[in-house]
Design a protein around this ligand. Sequence first.
Ligand code: NAD
Length: 486
Amino acid sequence: MKEIKNFINGLYVTNVSGKTYEKRNPIDNSLIGMVYEAGQPEVDSAVTASRAALKGPWGKLSVVDRCAMLDGLVAEISYRFDDFLQAEIADTGKPAHLASHIDIPRGAANFKIFTDTIKNVSTESFEMRTPDGKAARSYGVRTPRGVIAIICPWNLPLLLMTWKAGPALACGNTVVVKPSEATPSTATLLGEVMNKVGVPPGVYNVVNGFGVNSAGSFLTAHPGVNGITFTGESKTGTAIMKAAADGIRPVSLELGGKNAAVVFADCDFENALATVTRSVFENCGQVCLGTERVYVEQPIFDQFVSALKDRAAAIKPGRPFDADTKIGPLVSKIHQKKVLSYYAKAKAEGAKIVLGGGVPDMPDDLKDGCWVEPTIWTGLPESSSIVREEIFGPCCHIQPFDTEEEVLNMVNDSPYGLATSIHTQDIGRASRLATQIEVGLCWINSWFLRDLRTPFGGSKQSGIGREGGLHSLEFYTELRNVMIKY
Ligand code: NAD
């Protein structure tokens, strides 16, 4: 039986309480291993080790030496690519083609982008006259913030964790990571890689467990933590922000969304269709940037609904390593229950079910997995909970519209503001809408196309702060001002 431990001060450790929980494979509900849940004593040890490491060899490394060590992680993750791939797939059930093209390579690349950033960033400098006729010069200095708590979700486990650990470590901080209880494996495995490349003990720590009354809340409440970066649901973000208020610790929050795709009649139909198919169904709809509201201009509404139905009907569920598998299961039984409750609610609210709405018929050995059908609805009012609430499954509601003003109002009538995509050949209209739609990320004739130097984050209830390139330094460093009187 596989044991998934905590990684504290360079060592794999169990716990004082003896508490473990089962980690099951979402494709068939088979038992993968037992996870040692970190309690207060383990979180205390991890934060203590992390604080000590700030003053130890890690804190004394030059930026160049620190970055060279972190660049070594990229090579070592690539060397152990298959171990990371197997671990991520066992935890999530996602198709191998997805994990091997996105999760693991991007998970590794997140270290390199930020070592490049921190080595090349400059700070401002100003000279001024003083009242006594002499002069003074101010200049900025970036210092690490300290111990960073990283709280992660389960949808892109390694990728989203290193999106935070990468810049945090490049900036000279130390980290305590709390992976999702549903996906503990790759963050824990990364401890071996840290040791291999010589990252000193205490710089990277992992505490496994749940949120409330477990590793998550013990970590966010810990007074030894200097900043908290979180990706997950908006209501969890609220709880974390409250915990961060004690001690006035800064937070960076990447939260939920109810993202729209807007398809105008003049779009490149095939491109819009292929892009919306991806944005709705990729990773079984478990992508924070994914589309759950599709708005299609009236003249092509019927044609688009029918074409999307055909595309979605061809998305074959199956085992991660089967060549023809196009979609995996949801991450857990808990999440499957949540998504299916929305499928039932759509029916009860009177939606027209264009496709899906239930559990697919799977072979006997996969029947106990967390499968749901790709699902498309039409016919609901904008006030419906299906159109307003984040479901986080492979599903969307499609609404027709007549005018630009009408669709703008519908898209903005949401408490969320994470991402949108606009499909049109009229670039003037697309640019106009891109500034009027209240989101942090807007794609035109594309989706999930990322240049890692650019800001990433949400507005409204989708988050606080921006990460990516230079923008990550806002959170992971303290910018000090030094003034010299000549
Ligand atoms: P979640 O909020 O349930 O859990 C996220 C993490 O928070 C887990 O590790 C969990 O154990 C921990 N947690 C829960 N309660 C806590 C508490 N009170 N204190 C401290 N930690 C706590 O989210 P999830 O279900 O794992 O992930 C799905 C959500 O993440 C969706 O809402 C999705 O939109 C969002 N998400 C957002 C982005 C983004 O970049 N904006 C990216 C990916 C996922």
